[in-house]
Design a protein around this ligand. Structure first.
Ligand code: 8X3
Length: 232
């Protein structure tokens, strides 16, 4: 959705992901303004090679760190280590590695970094320990990065969305489309396009403005308070 939005607005966009076929399809739709790159966020060496991109693709004005996923909401001891590791490698290690690799280019262009955190990084919920932990990392990483970037003109924002109906829950549940449909049924969740509009807004703010964090939810999602346990 973000690639569509930015290309429609006259930008060039590089789309990275593991599923090359999908990226190729998007290129057929978007044309020469879109460069598909098959990359796995868990492959740090491949991320570091992105710095070799030549012009015009190597002139990077905006890094949208969107890749991320959640493990199932099972209690921690019941969750496979492999799934936990994939989440940490993608949401934390991959995001830091890619940001680190592209920073010199972003500094050169006085660019912008938009990191996808989550409301789960601020508000705890049952089964969210690893996911929420990674997203709290993304939020704090974004804020601290601003200290390193003082004087460079590079902007950094932590975007913290609540429920958006994308593939997020299908991935979290290990491919259970019915569970995903049930979760979002009748609650009017945010969409990928809502988020793309937000990214577009952030990218078009005057260069002297930095939105540090921005949190958004669908109106139908709110808070459930604390759990209190009592002795019988
Ligand atoms: C996911 C947000 O509210 O679906 O980042 O857990 S929520």
């Amino acid at each position: 959705a973000a690639a569509r939005k930015f290309v429609a607005g006259g930008w060039r966009a590089i789309g990275t992901g593991r599923r090359g076929e999908r990226l190729k399809k998007l290129q057929e739709e978007l044309g020469d303004s879109f460069l598909p790159l098959e990359v796995d966020m868990r492959d740090v060496a491949a991320l570091e090679r992105l710095v070799q991109l030549s012009r015009p693709w190597g002139d990077i004005d905006l890094l949208l760190n969107n890749a991320g996923l959640a493990p199932p909401t099972d209690p921690l001891p019941d969750t496979d280590w492999e799934r936990i590791e994939t989440v940490i490698d993608t949401n934390v290690t991959g995001l830091v590695a890619l940001t680190r690799a592209l920073l010199p280019k972003l500094v050169e262009r006085k660019g912008q970094i938009v990191n996808l955190s989550s409301v789960a990084g601020v508000y705890p919920y049952k089964g969210g320990s690893v996911y929420g932990g990674t997203k709290a990392f993304v939020r704090q990483f974004s804020l601290d990065l601003r200290c390193d970037l003082a004087g460079t003109g590079v902007r950094v924002t932590s975007v913290e969305p609540g429920m958006a109906e994308t593939e997020f829950t299908i991935v979290r549940t290990g491919g259970d489309k019915q569970a995903s449909d049930k979760l979002y049924a009748g609650m009017n969740p945010m969409t990928a396009d809502d988020l793309a509009d937000l990214f577009w807004w952030l990218a078009n703010l005057p260069p002297h403005l930095n939105v540090n964090t921005i949190e958004l939810m669908p109106v139908s999602q709110s808070f459930a308070g604390f759990t209190v346990t009592r002795e019988a």
